[in-house]
Design a protein. Sequence first.
Length: 312
Amino acid sequence: MSDDTPRPGFWKRLTQGLTRTASNLSTGITDLFTKRKLDATTIEDLEDVLIRADLGVETSARIAEVVGKGRYDKEIEPEEVRGLVAAEIEKVLAPVAMPLVFESYAKPFVLLMVGVNGSGKTTTIGKLASVLRAQRKKVVLAAGDTFRAAATEQLKVWAERTGAALVSRAPGADAAGVAFDALAQAKADDADVLIIDTAGRLQNRAELMAELEKIVRVVRKQDPTAPHAVVLTLDATVGQNALSQVEAFQRVAGVTGLVMTKLDGTARGGILVALAAKFGLPVHLIGVGEGIDDLQPFAARDFARAVVGLDD
Ligand SMILES: Nc1nc2c(ncn2[C@@H]2O[C@H](COP(=O)(O)OP(=O)(O)OP(=O)(O)O)[C@@H](O)[C@H]2O)c(=O)[nH]1
């Protein structure tokens, strides 16, 4: 996905979206390092501040250690600490900041969207469809969340808005059947990309996982190389629970990349750093607000600086 968002708007949305986490981290650092010499206690306290922002125990310990190295018994400005912390966060995030690439070797390129209800699947599909259509790509959307009629309705709105084709069936139909038909249609129409929406009922995890496995199996009957990408949407406000969601979806669907939404709804946006450190999965997009423009390409340096309250 190319990013043609004007830079000032992009930075403003990002910093506004990350305000809660940034003030959490920034205030924590200011309180610790204002007119105080750096010692073992301040470093331990810094580690706690980072852990409370959900950066993960190991990463927090490592960052605190880097900040302390060679600086004991010296005064250090909070701004310098913010800079050091941002640099370390950037190191963790840089390897995972990757746009979603719709390789043209696969036609159609099959993208399977997974994630629990309300985590931002539909918004992500809408965003991707808009970007692809702006590039004049032919897109088919498959309404694979057959459990909820509202999900199909939402997808229909996006299909109409973007000029993508929609394949859907009556509520309660077999989701794998929808995926199968959609791939057949995408092939027949010579479409570039097929995006398959799926259900996200966490209440019945076993059933949901079986359904996803079946979708993958059925799609492979027509194209053994599909799905070419499996993108998991995660709601940042679930905190540490995001880690177990990645594990669960990875087991059944082989997640190839992540989208993290609702970073604006939490003071613990450091969860993205914990995820990057633990799984190393590509992060394609982040959501920092309700609107479609708030779903942005993920840039490691920008995120790292914004999240500790530093300027561009
Ligand atoms: N504040 C905020 N809201 C978001 C963000 N991303 C999505 N939302 C909102 O979260 C709600 C759920 O998003 P959807 O895209 O519908 O999520 P979904 O996973 O498809 O959910 P279901 O349709 O319930 O399965 C919507 O009201 C979105 O507007 C974000 O980054 N920040």
